[in-house]
Design a protein around this ligand. Structure first.
Ligand SMILES: Cc1cc2nc3c(=O)[nH]c(=O)nc-3n(C[C@H](O)[C@H](O)[C@H](O)COP(=O)(O)OP(=O)(O)OC[C@H]3O[C@@H](n4cnc5c(N)ncnc54)[C@H](O)[C@@H]3O)c2cc1C
Length: 311
């Protein structure tokens, strides 16, 4: 069997591409190395998204659920936990090789976002030992925070957004190693209006506890401060791994992302790309831009595959 299009990645870009593909009646397969939802479920499920059209605010996990439901309602075939290893040329079609199968496709959309991503670590004593016992890189659901003392580490939008979520149900402190936050002004203003305690210009020395986190020790102005803590949430960035791309024979930009033309075509015929994985002058990594690029990518893939008389 040969698919009209195989979409690699089921984040916002891949799911949008799937919806458009099915609206053109293309036989569509979406493959993801993890769970559907991309960064929205993998990195910030509890955070509010305030800039997706049609929703004043929507929790990232819920936005992902809606994108997923829409793709399913359009009868996209979606396979989770199936990592794409290679994209090879077949006789007339492309071969998409995963850890489990080889699939045939007339076109491919690369929408792998940041590839395999994992949160950056603080690298302090106690972090690894107490991981899962009060040290976490994702904010748990609100209900699990009630009655716990939360200490958040980080100074970007995501750390502040998560601190605000925690503050709505429990005692929350944010620790940042610099004097100013790097988050948007509006977000910082929200923080200033909240009850979140701010500990600035402070370095984390250790996370303490025997079987679970009991406190964290930070250093500020040469003094050690112990902050009683049940949950140490570390939110200082993500390290991305885009090694797969190097094997796929696509022309890459100096920063290792996929070089695309205005129509989202790549250097390989029949392969288009969209979302965080692509780079071009004026590129912004946002959900809306990922969805917009996905629209262009899939409509170009449709032209490539179906060659309609009007195209
Ligand atoms: C903390 C944080 C907060 C953010 N907040 C906002 C916000 O409020 N508003 C906003 O607009 N944007 C926000 N963003 C940015 C936004 O999340 C991204 O721009 C968006 O997720 C990009 O979508 P994508 O589909 O291109 O990639 P991703 O969401 O990264 O999805 C890519 C998918 O591809 C899969 N994949 C990777 N490699 C393979 C492979 N080899 N085979 C198969 N599947 C693979 C991954 O598992 C993943 O599911 C935020 C980002 C972060 C990190």
């Amino acid at each position: 069997m040969c698919y009209d299009v195989i979409i690699i990645g089921a984040g916002p870009a891949g799911l949008t591409a799937g919806v458009y593909a099915r609206s053109k009646m293309m036989k569509t397969l979406i493959l993801d190395s993890g769970r559907v939802g991309g960064q929205l479920v993998g990195l910030y499920p509890e955070k509010g998204v305030h800039n997706y059209p049609g929703f004043e605010t929507i929790q990232a996990r819920k936005l992902s659920d809606k994108l997923y439901a829409q793709a399913e309602s359009m009868e996209c075939e979606i396979k989770e936990y199936e990592k794409v290893e290679e994209i090879e040329n077949g006789e007339e079609e492309l071969l998409v090789i995963t850890s489990k199968n080889t699939y045939h496709a007339k076109s491919v959309i690369v929408a792998i976002g940041m590839g395999s991503f994992k949160p950056k670590k603080m690298g302090c004593p106690g972090e690894d030992e107490l991981c899962g016992k009060g040290v976490t890189y994702l904010l748990p659901a609100k209900e699990e925070l009630v009655g716990k003392k939360v200490t958040m580490f980080g100074g970007g939008n995501s750390a502040i957004d998560m601190a605000l979520v925690a503050d709505s149900v429990t005692d929350t402190t944010i620790v940042h190693r610099r004097a100013d936050f790097r988050a948007d002004e509006g977000t910082v203003r929200e923080l200033e209006k909240s009850n979140v305690r701010r500990v600035m210009s402070a370095n984390l020395l250790s996370i303490n506890g025997k079987d679970k986190v009991e406190s964290v020790t930070v250093e500020q102005d040469g003094k050690e401060i112990v902050i009683p803590t049940d949950l140490a949430v570390i939110n200082i960035g993500i390290s991305a791994d885009l090694e797969d791309l190097k094997r796929w024979g696509l022309e890459l930009t100096p920063d290792g992302l996929v070089k695309v033309n205005f129509d989202m075509s790549t250097s390989r015929p029949g392969i288009f790309a969209c979302g965080d994985v692509v780079s071009y002058p004026g590129k912004f990594k946002q959900i809306t831009t990922a969805c917009g690029e996905a629209t262009t990518a899939i409509l170009m893939a449709h032209k490539f595959v179906k060659k309609p008389y009007w195209a």
